[in-house]
Design a protein around this ligand. Structure first.
Ligand SMILES: Cc1ncc(COP(=O)(O)O)c(C=O)c1O
Ligand SMILES: [Zn+2]
Length: 465
């Protein structure tokens, strides 16, 4: 089907605004205004779409389904296919790598491990650069081009950088990335090098990189592509639509995501909320966030909340950061998440949970995911580890329908996988919390050296079968 025949009655691009989410401010900016945070109070912005012009939102399901068979690049993209819910005019030139379209797998071994009858894994690591970031970079870089930005920049634990580098290369604009020196995986750094990014290895952690990016935001030549940029969240929220299509528009009871800078959880929350408001969902899935024990500022805050009070009144003015975040899941080694407020709101509105898991729990959950034939990077495995804890605590029941979101590909961090199986995985000896440093893999699978004979191979298979 062509764009012409599928064209909706109303384009949302011209009817969108950017709004400051600080309740005490609420300042409004035009959709084409070049702002990243509120210029009045410094608060985070959110895109607000006016759905009033959408005459028959329910027809969107058919429009989107028909586009899945189209060869138009807008329809091949698992983000732009849902363009009625994006803040762009329909004729805007887009920067795309056919992102989205990621699988939803059944994972019976993970289900058993977690104490569930069934568990599904939405694998966002199957995006073009191997992580969910691509679904937000397609929209952020498209907006950068529309605004005439010459340079896009981000702070990153590796995946944002790889993704931004690729999309900037497609758009032929300069890309600068700020990464914590020595703290991102070789594979992620290699991707950014290959895509031609200008790489600054900053002497500091991710939070220092993020602070620098916020300082750079004042420079008129620079456009920030971190998830504090509301156009990132717009692209990333489409995963909620794709997931609902894969679930036959029946909302699962629970969707569980890892939490780092909190862009992904914020985007899921926004996506589900918009589908509910459009009448395409009849209830919100419960959204839960899992953090690594050593990098868990939002889980700490959540544990201290008095949840008897109404959701909006529970959101405090500030989050106490973790000064020295520690985890081998480097993608979520973040002590001061910028989108914590949006993420917390989404969890509270949907009656979800925010909990932590240990390094041991992450590592073993990752190996179990592998036994289902599905690879992911360590940060993604927090979900299965967290679901196991949420089932044990009674927050998730055995028969509930549950989706865990895997955020990154297994080849993003092969050193971690190999160290786990060979028994040499441990937190850096400089980590302040030495108690939980050593990891003893429960599901290790060690290669065995064998003589170059048939008998030796058969003997090895028999012993290990
Ligand atoms: C693989 C992976 N998982 C999870 C996260 C955390 O996502 P967010 O920062 O949006 O919370 C990241 C962020 O870099 C990531 O790369
Ligand atoms: Zn404001």
């Amino acid at each position: 089907m062509t764009e012409k025949s599928a064209r909706p009655a109303v384009q949302t691009g011209e009817r969108s605004i950017q709004r400051c989410i600080q309740p005490s401010c609420g300042a409004v900016f035009a959709i084409h205004e070049r702002v990243i945070v509120c210029t009045h109070c410094g608060g985070p912005l959110e895109v607000q779409l006016d759905f009033n012009g959408l005459e028959n939102p329910r027809a969107l399901r058919d429009t989107w389904a028909a586009r899945a068979a189209s060869t138009d690049p807008r329809d091949r993209s698992g983000v732009w296919r849902y363009r009625e819910l994006l803040p762009f005019a329909s004729e805007a030139p887009i920067v795309t790598l056919a992102e989205g379209n990621t699988p939803l797998y059944d994972a019976p071994r993970c289900a058993d491990y977690s104490g569930l009858a069934a568990l599904r894994l939405k694998h966002q690591g199957c995006n073009p650069t191997g992580s969910f970031k691509d679904t937000g970079m397609t929209t952020a870089v498209t907006q950068a081009v529309l605004l005439g930005a010459g340079t896009v920049v981000c702070a990153s634990t590796g995946n944002t950088a790889a993704s931004l580098a690729a999309y900037a290369a497609r758009a032929r604009i300069q890309c600068a990335i700020l990464v914590p020196s020595g703290q991102i995986t070789a594979a992620k750094l290699a991707q950014s090098m290959d895509y031609g990014a200008t790489i600054c290895e900053v002497e500091g952690n991710f939070d220092a990189c993020m602070r620098l990016v916020q300082e750079l935001a004042g420079d008129p030549s620079i456009y920030i592509a971190n998830s504090i940029n509301p156009f990132r969240i717009e692209g990333q929220k489409t995963v909620a639509i794709e997931l609902m299509i894969q679930c036959g528009w029946r909302a699962p009871d629970h969707v569980v995501v890892p939490g780092g800078n909190m862009g992904n959880s914020s985007a899921f929350g926004k996506g589900f909320d918009e589908l509910l408001r459009l009448g395409l969902l009849d209830r919100l899935p419960s959204l839960s966030i899992i953090q690594a024990e050593g990098a868990a500022p939002l889980a700490r805050l959540f544990a201290a909340l008095d949840r008897a009070k109404p959701a909006e009144s529970l959101i405090p003015d500030a989050l106490v950061p973790v000064e020295h975040p520690q985890t081998l899941a480097t993608a979520i080694k973040i002590g001061s998440p910028v989108s914590w407020r949006k993420a917390l709101r989404a969890v509270l509105n949907s009656r979800g949970q925010i909990i932590t898991v240990s390094e041991q729990e992450i590592a073993d959950a990752k190996a179990i995911i592998g036994r289902d034939g599905i690879g992911c990077e360590p940060a993604s495995a927090t979900t299965v580890a967290g679901i196991r804890k949420l089932v044990a605590a009674g927050h998730i029941r055995r028969g509930d329908s549950v989706v865990a979101v895997l955020t990154g590909h297994v080849l993003k961090d092969p050193a971690y996988v190999s160290d786990y199986h060979r028994g040499s995985l441990s937190l850096d000896s400089t980590a302040p919390d030495s108690a939980s440093r050593e990891i003893t893999g429960q599901f290790r699978n060690v290669p065995e050296r064998v003589a170059a004979t048939k008998a030796a191979v058969l003997e090895s298979l028999r012993r290990r079968g």
